[in-house]
Design a protein around this ligand. Structure first.
Ligand code: ADP
Ligand code: MG
Length: 225
């Protein structure tokens, strides 16, 4: 088993800078996309596929900007009590269809009845979606993802996302918290750093253990007090 410490102060500052820039780029991007769509509506010529390419590249930029903006210091996020069972239920509903398309079953083994976390619901969702997405993307031959959860103590919960993928080699694990580090052709390399940042803001922690039979991502979060 290999374990990984996460994100230095320097990386956090770089992340916030990137988030600020992302914010500035987003509005002009929205205008560009809007006018492109208007042009696409009217254009009937031979080069229509060029427009499709431009549009899909704009959408990729938008995805990167969205992920980067999460690295910004929280200002618009709203903390409230979030019921853990229903949060995880929503996430599973969202992810199960994507999993099934890849021959993957997601099994839930937790019971957090009446347990809440004090946090931002959308950000917390984003964290688990990122980890489950990574698990799905790692399991190219299908299999099972296990979502386990239990109480670590009176006031802490732990949630594990356990996949049956090929595991994470040491040289990749070393760099996994770097923004933009990805091994995927369509990856952004932002899932891990963004998720970790959110967990830290929620006063939680995260630990990865990985072997050749799979990866387990453990998320520890404080209960609402
Ligand atoms: P992305 O998914 O866009 O590549 P992430 O930050 O989410 O970016 O992940 C960074 C890299 O970490 C991935 O490209 C992949 O190599 C590795 N990784 C993350 N989670 C897993 C996992 N569950 N199994 C194997 N590799 C993983
Ligand atoms: Mg990812």
């Amino acid at each position: 088993h290999k374990e990984q410490k996460f994100m230095s102060e320097k990386q956090a500052v770089a992340g916030q800078l990137a988030a600020g820039i992302a914010h500035e780029i987003r509005n002009p991007m929205t205008a560009i996309k809007g006018f492109l769509q208007l042009m696409m509506r009217d254009y009937k010529g031979k080069k229509a596929s060029y427009f499709e390419i431009i549009k899909s590249e704009i959408e990729r930029i938008e995805l990167i900007l969205r992920e980067l903006m999460v690295l910004a210091k929280p200002n618009k996020i709203s903390y409230k009590n979030v019921n853990l069972d229903s949060l995880l239920e929503q996430i599973l509903t969202l992810m199960r269809s994507q999993a099934l398309l890849n021959d993957i079953e997601i099994e839930a083994a937790y019971c957090f009845k009446d347990t809440s976390i004090f946090g931002d619901e959308n950000q917390l969702k984003q964290v688990f979606i990122n980890y489950i997405k990574n698990a799905i993307e790692a399991m190219t031959d299908g299999g099972k993802i296990l979502i386990e959860g239990e109480f670590l103590s009176e006031n802490q919960v732990i949630i594990r996302i356990v996949d049956q993928g090929p595991g994470i080699p040491a040289e990749i694990l070393e760099r996994i918290s770097e923004p933009f580090f990805t091994t995927k052709e369509q990856g952004t390399g932002l899932g891990m750093p963004v998720s970790y940042q959110i967990i830290k803001e929620h006063k939680g922690d995260m630990l990865i253990s990985s072997s050749s039979t799979g990866t387990s991502v453990e998320v520890v979060l404080p209960r609402e007090s």
